[in-house]
Design a protein. Sequence first.
Length: 120
Amino acid sequence: MITISIDPRSTESPSTQVKAALMSAIVAERLEAGTRLPPIRQLAGDLGLAANTVAKAYKDLEADGFVASNGRRGTVVLAPSAAAPEPVAQRAADEFAATIRRLGLDPATALSMVTDALAR
């Protein structure tokens, strides 16, 4: 299993941080297809979070095609290729745009940041 750390000072919600950590591990294949994720309550307890917070992260990962929930059998990792990249990228873009608006940055600055990030 991977190590997940939550930054309480982050502008991202804890559920977004959990989702990002798991998604990154799945894409990098540090979590292989078929790997069973910890039960929601267990991971929530380990991270000091509410169970609903982890449940939201798992639900979002399932919606993006990274995991499949099998009821009492738990949540398992799907092959990275099973996730369609466009919906995931669109959701990330939407979240980025919301953050930019919340911070009051202008669109030109935001686009410059994205261009720079893509060039790295």
